[in-house]
Write a protein that binds this ligand. Structure first.
Ligand SMILES: Cc1cc2nc3c(=O)[nH]c(=O)nc-3n(C[C@H](O)[C@H](O)[C@H](O)COP(=O)(O)OP(=O)(O)OC[C@H]3O[C@@H](n4cnc5c(N)ncnc54)[C@H](O)[C@@H]3O)c2cc1C
Length: 520
């Protein structure tokens, strides 16, 4: 345990704050004692993952709970019951034929560590986002997603949660069938000190799995894994005009086959689609179309990780002091980070184990990121893009260019109550538009340029943003009002939160959660 005050920063250095204390529990037992003490003393506790969030979801001025020491990770694969986890998994755990294994991860375990441990056992997560630097639990706590347009986000592959809400401790499973873990073996497996309350309840699970640390601390989670696989980028597709891409998105054809010429006959199943826009292309807005196909995992180690920050620096250097080079700089960024699927040494990138942007941005290069989320069945997100991209071109023509990135990805829905992709319909698809404004590189300033602030204000005034939800980890609540009242199951979340919480839940309140109406 370490105490005392220290200044904390998020991954991108866009946020910094000084909590009254930073606590670092060594074990689940010590975590339980800390929470009991905090409850008695009337303090507030904010659980932290790797602080990859760009939003105030990680910020509070009382206790910051650094969980990196809870780094236990165990994996069991189908047919191998030699580990304690393998022995505790019941027959029900293996009924779904797509399940190749399970991982039990502590709160300090990163996605990267999970992928590496899984690769050595022939198993892998079903889906990942664009980075593997986050903790597994921090990532699903905000419903992190990738670009697999036919798969739900991370929370849907979580099967069990060990949640500490103060003096109470819960083990919560989804309750699909019988228990997945033998209740008699649970306390020893979790390192739980005793008094564990077990639930198999869909409602409680859907409330707790995406809860932004607002109900309690998830000390351990059970994650379902599939067989090892790779995602390959076979080709660097030429940029396409937005006016050509838009109809394929609207009709849904873009999810049947890549919206590019010459994609027929590529090996593997088409699974991944990401558009990276270039609103500075000379005649009209274009986009790089990044596609990936699912193939069997090749033998041997995955290729070396791709480092994103050097790419970002290359991008900034290419612009130099001349904004006319922005389009060129963007293509440098895309080519070195996304489309070719090669690392800086020219090795093909295999698996989803790509360490994109895991190294952090140097403090002089803060990055902001906003992600707006809409149901893909409605045209709202396309209308938003039409207007936002036109706005970029207008500002450019007026000599006041917006500097940053626009990307578009998709995922399927989830039933988690507070997930941005929450939908009662399991086959609904959601569109994720990410806008990452950069600091004023020309003036080497550490803040957003007035131009970018002006642009963001205008962008958030576009009418269809009224229908959008904001990514919990990618937004800024001080300037926006996208709160939890946009979520149809907010009252269900509150009811379950009250059932699980200790006392009135004040232990896990924070200014961000209050403002976002994530309170009960
Ligand atoms: C480089 C980069 C790439 C990214 N790419 C994507 C992407 O492709 N797709 C996407 O959807 N998002 C993406 N994000 C956003 C990121 O995935 C989320 O913000 C994620 O929640 C961060 O995980 P973390 O481990 O850093 O958790 P933190 O940011 O530290 O915490 C996130 C939230 O979870 C809570 N929390 C953390 N640990 C626990 C715990 N043990 N128990 C209870 N609550 C907890 C925190 O209180 C906070 O509310 C990216 C961010 C960065 C910086």
């Amino acid at each position: 345990m370490s105490g005392g005050s220290q200044r904390l920063r998020n991954w991108s250095s866009s946020l910094s704050w000084r909590p009254a204390d930073v606590w670092e529990p060594d074990s689940v037992g010590q975590l339980g004692e800390m929470l009991t003490d905090a409850l008695t003393a009337g303090r507030r506790v904010r659980p932290l993952g790797r602080k990859y969030s760009f939003s105030g979801a990680i910020v509070d001025d009382d206790v910051a709970l650094d969980l990196h020491r809870l780094s236990d990770l165990s994996i069991a694969t189908r047919g191998d019951a030699s580990s304690a986890l393998g022995r505790a998994l019941t027959e029900d755990a293996w009924r779904d034929p797509s399940t190749a294994g399970y991982a039990l991860v502590g709160a300090g375990v990163s996605l990267d560590a999970l992928c590496a441990a899984g690769a050595s056992r022939g198993v892998a997560p079903f889906v990942l986002g664009g980075s593997s630097g986050q903790t597994v639990i921090g990532a699903f706590s905000t419903s992190t997603h990738g670009a697999a347009f036919d798969l739900p986000p991370l929370p849907d592959f979580v099967e069990g949660l060990y949640l500490l809400t103060g003096e109470r401790q819960h083990w919560i499973e989804r309750g699909r069938a019988g228990p997945l873990l033998d209740p008699a073996q649970l306390p020893a497996l979790l390192g739980a000190p005793g008094g564990l309350i077990t639930h198999r309840d869909r409602e409680l699970f859907d409330a707790a799995v995406v809860s932004l640390g607002g109900i309690g601390v998830i000390a351990v989670a059970l994650i379902r894994l599939r067989d090892a696989h790779a995602l390959m980028n076979e080709r660097l597709w030429p940029r396409r005009a937005w006016t050509k891409l838009r109809p394929a998105l609207l009709s849904g054809d873009a999810f049947e086959r890549p919206p590019v010429d010459g994609a027929d006959g590529l090996p593997g199943k088409y699974r991944y689609l990401e558009l990276i826009f270039d609103p500075y292309d000379r005649d009209e807005t274009t986009a790089w179309v990044c596609t990936r196909h699912l193939v069997d995992a090749p033998g041997g180690d995955p290729s070396p990780a791709l480092r994103g920050s050097p790419n970002l620096l290359k991008f900034a250097r290419t612009i130099g002091t001349n904004f006319a080079r922005y389009s060129k700089a963007l293509s440098v960024l895309v080519e070195t980070s996304r489309l070719r699927g090669v690392d800086d040494a020219g090795e093909p990138l295999l698996y989803e184990l790509t360490e994109v942007m895991n190294t952090g941005v140097p403090t002089s290069q803060p990055v902001w990121s906003f992600e707006l989320v809409w149901p893909a069945a409605s045209e709202d997100y396309l209308r938003f893009l039409d207007q936002a991209l036109a706005l970029v071109r207008q500002k450019w023509a007026a000599g006041r260019p917006f500097m940053g990135l626009f990307t578009l990805r998709f995922s399927k829905s989830t039933t988690a109550h507070l997930a941005m992709q929450h939908d009662a319909n399991p086959s609904a698809r959601y569109a994720h538009v990410e806008i990452s404004p950069l600091q004023d590189v020309f003036n080497n300033s550490s803040r957003l340029s007035d131009n970018n602030v002006e642009f963001l204000d205008a962008m958030f005034a576009i009418p269809t943003t009224r229908e959008a939800r904001l990514h919990w980890g990618q937004g800024d609540w001080s300037s926006l009002r996208f709160d939890a009242r946009r979520y149809p199951r907010l009252e269900s979340w509150r009811k379950s939160a009250r059932q699980l919480a200790d006392a009135d839940g004040a232990l896990f309140r924070s200014p961000f959660l209050e403002e976002a109406h994530v309170r009960f």
